[in-house]
Design a protein around this ligand. Sequence first.
Ligand SMILES: Nc1ncnc2c1ncn2[C@@H]1O[C@H](COP(=O)(O)OP(=O)(O)OP(=O)(O)O)[C@@H](O)[C@H]1O
Ligand SMILES: [Mg+2]
Length: 308
Amino acid sequence: MSAADLGRVAVLMGGNSAEREVSLRSGAAVTAALQSVGADVVAIDIQGHAIHQLTNENFDLAFIAMHGRGGEDGTIQGVLEWLNKPYTGSGVMASALAMDKWRTKLIWQAAGLPTPKAFLLDSSSDWKQVIAELNCDAIVKPAREGSSIGMRKVHDAAELQASYEFASGYDALVLAEQWIQGGEFTVAIVDGEALPPIQLKTTHAFYDYEAKYQANDTQYLLPCGLDVEKEAELKALAKRAFDVLGCQGWARIDVMQHSDGSFWLLEANTAPGMTDHSLVPMAARAAGIEFPQLVVKLLAEAKGRVSE
Ligand SMILES: Nc1ncnc2c1ncn2[C@@H]1O[C@H](COP(=O)(O)OP(=O)(O)OP(=O)(O)O)[C@@H](O)[C@H]1O
Ligand SMILES: [Mg+2]
């Protein structure tokens, strides 16, 4: 499908989540890419009354370049469903599920997929018992945040409690997860197909906000350094993780590899970063798909899906 066949594309960006700034960068890159291929495009910074903004704008389909709550959690997808406008990525159910790291893990566990042991925390948690169950090596995360916001690595009961309090400033739902010491990988799924995995190497304790967006010593290995068999295993696991959640279109699955070689699923991102330096565009490029082509491909899939 060529850009002209897409009709008028609305690029939805911004929103009110903690990842607003990242989303504005994704949205700007997607908009520029669409302009570069001659598409008819309108960029919309979603703020305040999203329903009002979307009903007032004339468009045929939407590229969702919003990250985090409000844009990646099924709510904007629900509005677009009611407006009968096709949109990129997962539907309401899979978006909502994937936004919630705790419930994502429950689904993966039920399907027999490997994901690190974790506990939900609340103000009355038994900190000593939880940290002991996690072998004194854990990471505390808000369940519905992204970009490593609100996360801390912990080793004892006092750190666990303090990190719970820190994380609960971002979300009422907070989990403590077993730390996996080893390599970190991310796998982009586009059009139902796993692209070449990327290995991430950071000098930080983990791939935190600064390592993601500011540091210049974060390394991206592509090819990822796994042997052919292990790479195929990783891609198949990511695809299965995508399918089990009911994802559609595209997503990015984050995976740790334990030093014993086993893979552990961390989370699924249903509206991954789309700046020129983001991971999905990087993987796509390795598969011979340039950024503007990737954007058109995602939109074409979205458009084709509804008219099936
Ligand atoms: N169980 C774990 N063991 C080791 N490192 C972890 C673990 N969980 C998370 N991390 C580290 O923290 C980072 C952020 O975690 P995660 O991917 O779960 O959250 P996120 O903030 O939603 O990420 P994204 O920006 O991809 O949306 C990971 O990229 C990894 O470096
Ligand atoms: Mg992640």
